[in-house]
Ligand binder design. Structure first.
Ligand SMILES: *Cc1c(COP(=O)(O)O)cnc(C)c1O
Length: 388
């Protein structure tokens, strides 16, 4: 008789994990014990606290970051025939919001260091139809806002900050989310703070704020009745349950940002002796609120090598991802806009070599060490000729 020796599989380490404590659970329970579940006091309070966080005068909270971007596009009056300049290296929503209103996204390649849109390449793409620029604070690192503001001002363009990933970051002493004419936050569970699902429009512009408030709530006016609709609107409302969760998370933002920064420091230290890997760049005029920790493989590696490394890590229970695939190469964009590889070489090279490692404030040192050791094994495996 043979006795099977069952070895426990190694503990799996997720890519992301929300940081929820008793404070959040109690806050949600309090709302559930009361009579108001939507458009109530938690929404008002969440909006004023977010306004403080982004250093803006108006906040319109919504059911997602994508809805927030959509409302900004409508509020700016962007529509068919208009062009909006944006980056191919982002989460799909930052380009899709342009399509939602029937306008055309015009992609511009990125800066290889900050990974955000390269301001030096924007002006050659501006035409008489260009109406706005949507720039993204990639992985939490603010874009080149000083140069972007100059270009927008010179050409009379609206400037939108997709700050879905940068809540708590600072750029030259200014708070992320408030660096353009309008910005957004997003609160999906993999973001720095979460409401389960949620987002917000952030702006100093009274008109954008008024329009977003109406668009969120079926186009209702501020003074009219529940069945008085002033414009074509949506149901982009967020419940008071989600807002209560968001308020508790926001009250812990500093602590969460510090914990995540310390995990990033740990990875930076552990990766010092891994020459095949470039750790994330942080400009000296930026305070980073880390959204994800994304490394880049050295140029001698290609996309296939990267994919093999992802598979090796996943097989060993380590969550990881290819943040971001380029937007212009997504099947939907390729078929509808005839984009192909080679058009945005910097974004494509970065995208082919990126690996997001497990990252959250409570990631333990042991686990970070196991991630880096396994990564080194994966790299050695890919490098060995014929998979020997
Ligand atoms: C998460 C994210 C969004 C969208 O947020 P959702 O709440 O998921 O709709 C938009 N842009 C970027 C860059 C994001 O990372």
């Amino acid at each position: 008789m043979t006795i099977a020796v069952v070895k426990a599989p190694p503990k799996s380490i997720p890519l992301a994990r929300p940081d929820i404590t008793r404070l959040e659970r109690d806050a949600v329970m309090r709302v559930l014990s009361g009579p108001i579940l939507s458009l109530g006091p938690e929404l008002d309070a969440f909006e004023s606290e977010l306004a403080e966080c982004a250093g803006v005068t108006h906040v319109v909270a919504a059911n997602s970051g994508t809805s927030a971007l959509h409302m900004i596009m409508v509020a700016l009056g962007i529509g068919p025939g208009d062009e909006v300049i944006t980056t191919p290296f982002s989460f799909i929503a930052s380009a899709n919001c342009i399509l939602f209103v029937g306008a055309t996204p015009v992609f511009v390649d990125i800066d290889p260091l900050t990974l955000s849109i390269n301001p030096a390449k924007i002006e050659e793409r501006i035409t008489l139809r260009t109406r706005a620029i949507v720039a993204v604070d990639v992985f939490g690192h603010p874009a080149h806002w000083r140069a972007l503001r100059e270009i927008a001002w010179k050409h009379g363009l609206a400037l939108v900050e997709d700050s879905a990933e940068s809540i708590g970051s600072m750029y030259r002493g200014e708070r992320a989310g408030g660096l353009a004419d309008a910005g957004i936050f997003a609160f999906y569970p993999n973001k720095q703070i979460t409401t389960g699902e949620g987002g917000a429009v952030l702006t100093d512009d009274d008109e954008i704020a008024d329009k977003a408030r109406s668009l969120r709530n079926q186009g209702r006016g501020t003074d009219g009745g529940w069945l008085s609709h002033q414009m074509l609107g949506y149901n982009f409302r967020i419940s008071d349950i989600n807002c209560a969760l968001g308020r508790a998370q926001l009250s812990r933002l500093d602590e969460i940002v510090v914990a995540r920064a310390s995990v990033a420091e740990t990875y930076n230290r552990l990766l010092v002796d891994v020459p095949e890997v470039r750790t994330p760049y942080v400009a000296s005029d930026v305070r980073m609120s880390w959204f994800v920790y994304v490394i880049q493989l050295a140029p001698e590696f290609d996309r296939e090598d990267r994919d093999q490394i992802l598979e090796y890590l996943r097989d060993r229970g380590i969550g990881c991802s290819n943040y971001f695939p380029c937007i212009h190469l997504e099947p939907f964009y390729r078929t509808n806009f005839e984009y192909g590889p080679g058009e945005f070489p910097v974004a494509e090279a970065v995208s082919d070599r990126s690996i997001a490692l497990p990252f959250y404030g409570r990631l333990e040192l042991d686990d970070a060490e196991r991630v880096v050791e396994t990564l080194q094994q994966a790299i050695a495996q890919v490098r060995a000729p014929d998979g020997a």
